[in-house]
Design a protein. Sequence first.
Length: 156
Amino acid sequence: MTARKTARPRRALIVVSRFNEAVTRRLAGGAQQALGAGGFGTGRVDTVWVAGAWELPLVLDRSIATGRYALAVAIGAIVRGETPHFDVLATEVTRQLGIVSLSYGVPVGFGVLTCDSLDQALARAGGTHGNKGAEAAEAALESLQVLQRLAGDAAS
C-alpha cells in the first residue's frame, strides 16, 4: 500500500486592519512583496480588510479553518493613547493570534505593530526601521518551510 499524499494548500492570506490605514497599507504591501518573493505570486495571495486589530483573530480563525491557506499574515497598527485600551488590545490580539496559529498548525506572521506614536509606526512600515509587514511574511514563510521539512521527516 502506498502512502496517500494529501494536497497542500498553496495560497497565502493577509488580513489587514483598516484602523491606522496609512500604516497598515504599507505593511500589507511589504507582506505582499515578501510572499511573492517566497513563492506565493500573483493570484495566490488573498487580502482581506477588517475594521481594526480586534477583528484580526476571528477572521484569521475562520479563514484558516477553510483549509485553503498554507500560511497567513496578520497586519495591524495599535498606537498608544491616553487610556489602558492600548495595553488590553495589544495583549489580547497577540494572544489570540497565537492561539489561531497553534489551533490549526498554520504559520501566522505577526505584523501587528504596537507603538507609542504614529511616527514610530510609520518608521516600521517602510521607514527607517524597515517594513515589519514584510518581516512578518518572511517569518511565516520560514515557519512553513520548517513545518514541511518536519512533515517530510515524519513520513520517512
